[in-house]
Design a protein. Structure first.
Length: 255
C-alpha cells in the first residue's frame, strides 16, 4: 500500500469552509444527473459517489456534485460541512453493508473471515473509493467504523486490547493492500500470468523452478489467492492467540 503521505486529490484549500476545489468548467456534452428532488444528505452523497465512479476522484468538487444535482454549490453546505465530511460520507455509503449487517460465523475466526471478505466485496463493488482509502482519509469515521466492528469481535473473543488493536490493523492492511494490487493487475493489458510465462520461457536456465511451475501459476485466480491468504492469516492469528492463552492459563495455575 502506498504511504499515507501519498498525494491526495483532496488537498486542503484556504477556504475556511474546507470546500473541495471548485472546477470552473464542467465537461461538455450530455451529463448523467441524479434525478431531481428535494436535496438531502443522502442524495448529495449518492451523487458524489456516482460522479467518482464515473470519472474518478479527480473529478470530485462541490461545483461538480452540485451540477449533478442541478443545484447551486452553496446549497450543498446545508448537508455536508466540508470536504472531509463529503469524503467521509461517500466512503460510508460505499461501505454501509459491512457496518450495518451482522457478521456471519460461529466463532470469532469465522466472523473475522466474513469481515475480510465483506470489505473486499464492498471495495470491488465501489472501486472508485480505493484511492480515498489509500490517501490520507484512513482516520475518517466511515473508515474506522468497520475496524471498530472487527475490534468488537476480537475483544469479545478474549483478545487483550493491545493484541486486538494490532490484529485488526493487520487484517485491514492485508485487505487494502491486496485489493489495491488486484485492481492494478486487472487494469494490465494482458494477464500477469502471460507476461510471467513469456519471461520464464526465455530464462529457463535462470528460472528453472518457475518455468516448471508456470502451469500451476496460470491456474490461479486472484480470488483463489485472496481466499487462501485470508485463511492463512486468520489461522496464524488464531494459533498465536491460542498459544498465548494457554501460556497465560499455565502461569495462572502455577501461581
Amino acid at each position: 500500500m502506498e504511504s499515507a503521505a501519498s498525494a491526495s486529490p483532496f488537498e486542503r484549500t484556504d477556504d475556511p469552509r474546507g470546500a473541495l476545489s471548485s472546477d470552473s468548467d464542467t465537461p461538455s456534452g450530455e451529463r448523467r444527473r441524479v434525478q431531481r428532488g428535494a436535496l438531502t444528505r443522502d442524495r448529495v452523497l449518492e451523487a458524489a459517489l456516482a460522479l467518482i465512479e464515473r470519472e474518478g476522484t479527480s473529478a470530485l468538487s462541490m461545483r461538480r456534485v452540485a451540477a449533478e444535482l442541478g443545484s447551486a454549490p452553496m446549497s450543498l453546505y446545508r448537508h455536508v460541512q466540508n470536504k472531509e465530511d463529503l469524503v467521509d460520507g461517500v466512503i460510508g455509503l460505499a461501505l454501509q453493508d459491512l457496518t450495518t449487517k451482522p457478521l456471519e460465523g460461529e466463532g470469532w475466526s469465522e466472523r473475522a473471515l466474513a469481515w475480510i471478505h465483506g470489505l473486499r466485496a464492498e471495495i470491488r463493488e465501489h472501486p472508485a473509493i480505493l484511492p480515498l482509502l489509500r490517501s490520507n482519509h484512513l482516520v475518517l469515521p466511515s473508515v474506522l467504523a468497520p475496524v471498530d466492528l472487527l475490534l468488537e469481535e476480537l475483544l469479545r473473543a478474549g483478545f487483550p486490547r493491545p493484541r486486538a488493536a494490532k490484529t485488526a490493523w493487520e487484517i485491514m492492511w492485508f485487505v487494502l493492500s491486496f485489493v489495491s494490487s488486484e485492481r492494478r493487475v486487472e487494469r494490465e493489458p494482458e494477464p500477469i500470468s502471460v507476461s510471467t510465462w513469456a519471461m520464464a520461457k526465455t530464462h529457463t536456465d535462470d528460472l528453472p523452478h518457475l518455468a516448471d511451475a508456470l502451469p500451476d501459476f496460470a491456474a490461479l485466480g486472484m480470488k483463489d489467492i485472496f481466499e487462501s491468504g485470508a485463511r492463512h492469516l486468520v489461522a496464524g492469528i488464531r494459533a498465536e492467540f491460542d498459544a498465548h492463552r494457554q501460556e497465560q492459563q499455565a502461569r495462572n495455575v502455577g501461581a
